[in-house]
Design a protein around this ligand. Structure first.
Ligand code: SF4
Length: 228
């Protein structure tokens, strides 16, 4: 198990502005004040493991004696040897701060600031992985991102990594959602073919879509729609 703590996070204000659909002006100036107060509350860290795939199945893989079940995982990891299960969080402080605001707009802005921080930390982790293991291209999948890898698979994923709570303070609730809320989990794997879970997800109105829906590829898996 390896821990990177802290992951330095510098918020990209252009990205934040875009996600908030805001233009420079009074409201944006207020957001910048929020960014200033939010910055010290962002405590990004990650725990991950380097695993060699022990068994491959059409509907999953076995890592460290634990089976992960998903037809997407089975197919995408068919050529992989070494993979990197991970859990990454920005900690609980920002979402605790959100509760101190009564106005919806401020809570919403802090929520989006948290999302941008989480994405920034995840990108930084990905770059560090690539550099350390001399990998050119990587893709990732997470439990719950698609019905073809359901959310309850968080449990075996966490078991593979180890004591995630002691490492970075992230736990699972009874619905397998992560606490703190601003956390992400999954598996990074080297690949020559670019892949995003969004390619298999038909959701039309998702503001976070990273790749167009690929109906032909999605038809290879059942069920086809998304959980989030
Ligand atoms: S399109 Fe949206 S909901 Fe679907 S996998 Fe991508 S980010 Fe998730």
């Amino acid at each position: 198990m390896e821990i990177i703590n802290p992951i330095p996070v510098e918020l990209n204000l252009n990205e934040l502005q875009e996600k908030l659909h805001m233009k420079p002006g009074k409201q944006w100036a207020q957001v910048l004040q929020l960014v200033e107060s939010a910055a010290p509350l962002i405590e990004a860290k990650v725990v991950y493991k380097t695993c060699y795939i022990e068994e491959k199945y059409t509907d999953g893989v076995q890592l460290d004696g634990i089976r992960l079940t998903s037809p997407v995982l089975g197919k995408k990891l068919a050529e992989s040897v070494r993979v990197f299960p991970y859990v990454l969080t920005i900690g609980p402080k920002l979402e605790e701060e959100e509760k101190n605001f009564t106005e919806y707009i401020q809570q919403y802005c802090l929520d989006i600031i948290g999302n941008v921080a989480l994405i920034t930390a995840r990108r930084s982790f990905e770059e560090q992985l690539k550099k350390k293991y001399k990998l050119e291209k990587m893709a990732r999948l997470g439990p719950g991102s698609l019905k073809a890898w359901p959310i309850h698979e968080q449990k075996p994923l966490f078991s593979i990594i180890g004591d995630v709570e002691s490492a970075i303070g992230v736990t699972l609730n009874e619905s397998f959602l992560m606490i703190p809320r601003k956390s992400i989990s999954g598996i990074y794997f080297p690949t020559e073919i670019p892949f995003e879970a969004c390619q298999l997800c038909p959701r039309e109105d998702c503001p976070s879509r990273r790749a167009p829906f690929d109906a032909r590829q999605a038809a290879e898996y059942e069920p086809k729609d998304t959980d989030h």
